[in-house]
Design a protein around this ligand. Sequence first.
Ligand code: VGL
Ligand code: ZN
Length: 201
Amino acid sequence: MYPATDAIIVIDVQNDFCPGGALAVAGGNEIVCGINALMGEFSTVVLTQDWHPAQHLSFADNHPGTAPFTLTDMPYGKQVLWPSHCVQGTKGADFHPALKTDAAQMVIRKGFRPEIDSYSAFYENDRSTPTGLEGYLRSRGVTAITLVGLATDFCVAYSALDAARLGFKVTVRRDLCRAIDLDGSLAAALGQMQAAGIDVT
Ligand code: VGL
Ligand code: ZN
């Protein structure tokens, strides 16, 4: 077992990010067994769930004339336009059926405001609207977090960078993550995580 001051945060292991899903990440399904085993070693287990309304402004479908995987300008900065994914209440938004969700004490839903995306488990993409996860972890005495899940270069990396900025000791288990890798996004994310002192193993 890891000490009680350690938490595992399992990022977005949902059907739409697995093969066959709307925003499939190659090999997304391969990490589920390993994540199930690792969750059993932590006394604090948090899952995140990407949870968008159908009219979410990160969807290319809601910007007529645009294609998925292009960039747009939002009030908070550049935003990738994604295929519609993880729509609230749909099968695509459900956790992967083999993920042992019973192990979790907390599920953080994010990206539910139509006008702002939220990659990180800690802050929405304006980098200032909190999800509440920091308070939950601190009030449980957590000082170190291990991150696993999807996708390495978006939601995992943003969560890791925010956690490090908040002063948590952060480990990313690369073997239990898979990446989207859009235009060099994986290399960029790895570089940023290393520069922030995050242990990427
Ligand atoms: C994610 C893109 C859009 C992720 C979520 O979980 O990494 N990526 N929404
Ligand atoms: Zn999303």
